[in-house]
Design a protein around this ligand. Structure first.
Ligand code: ADP
Ligand code: MG
Length: 242
């Protein structure tokens, strides 16, 4: 579903991605972890070309995301991306927020778009909030709307960049529960997260990054029990101490 091959990226002089090669099979859940500034956001953002790369190749669902002449907006709209900040449209109701992708991008008919939005809101536990506006919802609820909005485009892959990091602690669980349910349905997911319990329980693979390099790709159990790279060992012991 995702194949990165020899990917490099520089921000000016700074080598932000160093020879990253990895792949994600259909239905796999990958948790991408590593210290702050290690390049996790940069890497996940290259997958839908929110960041350009300078060398290597990236394919998502058979499409070379760097290919010249592709419709970038269209490609992007079909890869689900959930950010730390929810970025909902404040002037639209929750239902309209979820329906807008199908309506504006896919030119779906209104009835079908709203029907789908309604089903997705029920699925993320917000069936009662269709008419609410984003500022009437808690952070956890808004993030669940953002997930429903991404799902409305029926993406083959969902990307999450620290989806719970901006939330009050009591709201983290409800968002992780929605992600866990998606994983159980077989969604292909790449999740940048510091939630190591989630990583351990839900992921199929853990990727550990530091200083732009993907230093370790492992199954969760061996990664957490016996990380092989010294920097992964240090990262895990820092997290455990915290
Ligand atoms: P992470 O998500 O792991 O915290 P990032 O991918 O955001 O890390 O950043 C990796 C490195 O690249 C950091 O040193 C950061 O300062 C740098 N960086 C990120 N975005 C830019 C940018 N637009 N311009 C220059 N440097 C950047
Ligand atoms: Mg980041």
């Amino acid at each position: 579903m995702i194949a990165l091959d020899g990917v490099h990226k520089w921000y000016g002089e700074y080598h932000a991605l160093v020879d990253v090669t990895a792949d994600v099979r259909s239905g796999q859940v990958v948790v991408l972890c590593g210290p702050s500034g290690s390049g996790k956001s940069t890497l996940i953002r290259t997958l839908n070309r929110l960041e350009q790369i300078d060398a290597g190749s990236i394919r998502v669902n058979g499409q070379d995301v760097q290919a010249a002449g592709i419709d970038i907006d269209r490609m992007r709209s079909h890869i689900g991306f959930v950010f730390q900040q929810f970025n909902l449209f404040p002037h639209l109701s929750v239902l309209q927020n979820v329906a807008c992708g199908p309506l504006w991008v896919n030119r779906a008919c209104r009835e079908q778009a709203y029907q789908l939005a309604s089903e997705l809101l029920a699925k993320v536990g917000l069936g009662q909030k269709e008419r609410a506006y984003p500022n009437q919802l808690s952070g956890g609820q808004q993030q669940r709307v953002a997930i429903a909005r991404a799902l409305a485009m029926k993406p083959p892959v969902m990307l999450f960049d620290e989806p719970t990091s901006a939330l009050d602690p009591e709201m983290v669980g409800e968002v992780l529960a929605v992600m866990k349910a998606l994983a159980a349905e077989g969604m292909t997911m790449v999740c940048v997260t510091h939630e190591m319990k989630f990583a351990r329980e839900v992921s199929d693979r853990v990727w550990f990054m530091d200083r732009g390099s993907l230093l370790e790709q492992a199954d969760p159990e061996p990664f957490f029990e016996r990380p092989s790279h010294p920097r992964a060992q240090a990262f895990l012991s820092d997290i455990r101490r915290a």
